[in-house]
Write a protein that binds this ligand. Structure first.
Ligand code: HEC
Length: 304
């Protein structure tokens, strides 16, 4: 009936336009699926081994970089809500698994994550019931997450809250289509009791990159105690006299929280350590007036 409105020639043109449009859509779709994700990763450097790649990336323990979180007290929960599997628990477990476990265990839990290649023993394959050391019932997996497997790359994840660990255990079980059982007699009761304990406190969490920055900051050596040649203040004079090793001396002051408070506190930070702390024994002969001058000078230098 479409012939009523268009003649054969027009119909052919219409159809060929349609074919061109569809082809364009298909090419666009392929581009979006195949090329765009590649482009997104194009700027990443090529690392020699997958493990190196993981370790070198900031926040490699936690690629999603959770935001900082204050420790809090988690109210007691009904253990049943954590022991019976639910889609919500499994979904939460998947999220955690993708952040903390896939590097080693692989996205499907087959024990073949990028970090697994160099590992001995290899990470457990969760899709099969073979070779589990602690066991695969809920209580056993929960225990593994608490204490890890000693002397292997499987470390403890006890910093995760109890409900997070239970969510992970449920997700791990969901990866293997075999009966997981209830473990040794009494295991479930013990788990129930453990989960019902009130007042669990979680620790403060900061993203790995932030922790790295902090560590770096703490380990950066303090600037050596340098006095400018043209500094003619009396304190500068005293400082030149008593500093033997500018690097060490500045480290000592950086490590003392009290010296800022006054000349007496300054003397107390320096005198017990001479001469090993970079200050000369002649510091013991300084007058009260000289300590005052020294203190003023150091405050001036610290404020630079
Ligand atoms: C750095 C690598 C690594 C990471 C990260 C890691 N695992 Fe493992 N995991 C291992 C290795 C290796 C083993 C095997 C240890 C063995 O055979 O003794 C293992 C074993 C296990 C087991 C089996 C224990 C048993 O009874 O044999 C469970 C369950 C498990 N991991 C869960 C997890 C979960 C959940 C996470 C994330 C929260 C995780 N793992 C993160 C390396 C890792």
């Amino acid at each position: 009936m479409i012939e009523k409105y268009v003649n054969a020639e027009e119909l052919r043109r219409l159809l060929s336009t349609l074919v061109v449009l569809l082809a364009a859509l298909a090419i666009g779709g392929l581009f979006a699926i195949i090329v765009v994700p590649g482009l997104r990763n194009a700027n990443r450097p090529n690392f020699p081994t997958p493990m190196d790649a993981i370790v070198s990336e900031p926040g490699w323990l936690d690629p999603t970089e959770f935001p900082p979180e204050r420790g809090r007290v988690i109210p007691a929960v009904d253990p049943k809500t954590l022991i019976e599997s639910s889609p919500k628990l499994v979904a939460r477990g998947k999220e955690l698994f993708e952040a903390d476990c896939v590097q080693c265990h692989g996205t499907r839990g087959e024990g073949n994550g990028p970090g697994a290649t160099t590992m001995n023993p290899r990470p457990r394959n969760f899709t099969r019931p073979d070779n589990w050391k602690n066991g695969y019932d809920l209580a056993a997996i929960y225990r593994t997450l608490n204490v890890g497997v000693p002397d292997t790359s499987m470390t403890s994840f006890s910093y995760l809250s109890r409900d997070s660990r239970m969510a992970l255990a449920h997700f791990v079980q969901s990866l293997g289509a075999f009966p997981h059982g209830t473990g040794i007699p009494g295991a479930m009761e013990a788990l129930s009791k453990e989960l019902a304990r009130p007042g669990e406190k979680t620790s403060n969490k900061i993203p790995v990159s932030m922790a790295m920055a902090k560590v770096e900051q703490e380990f950066t050596a303090a600037r050596p105690l340098a006095v400018a040649i043209d500094d003619r203040r009396p304190g500068a004079e005293v400082l030149r006299r008593i500093v033997k090793d500018p690097g060490r001396a500045s480290q000592v002051l950086a490590g003392s929280k009290k010296w800022h408070e006054g000349p007496v506190q300054l003397a107390a930070s320096i005198l017990p350590g001479v001469p090993g702390n970079g200050f000369s024994v002649s510091a013991a002969t300084l007058s009260d007036e000289e300590w005052k001058q020294l203190h003023a000078e150091l405050l001036g230098l610290a404020g630079r």
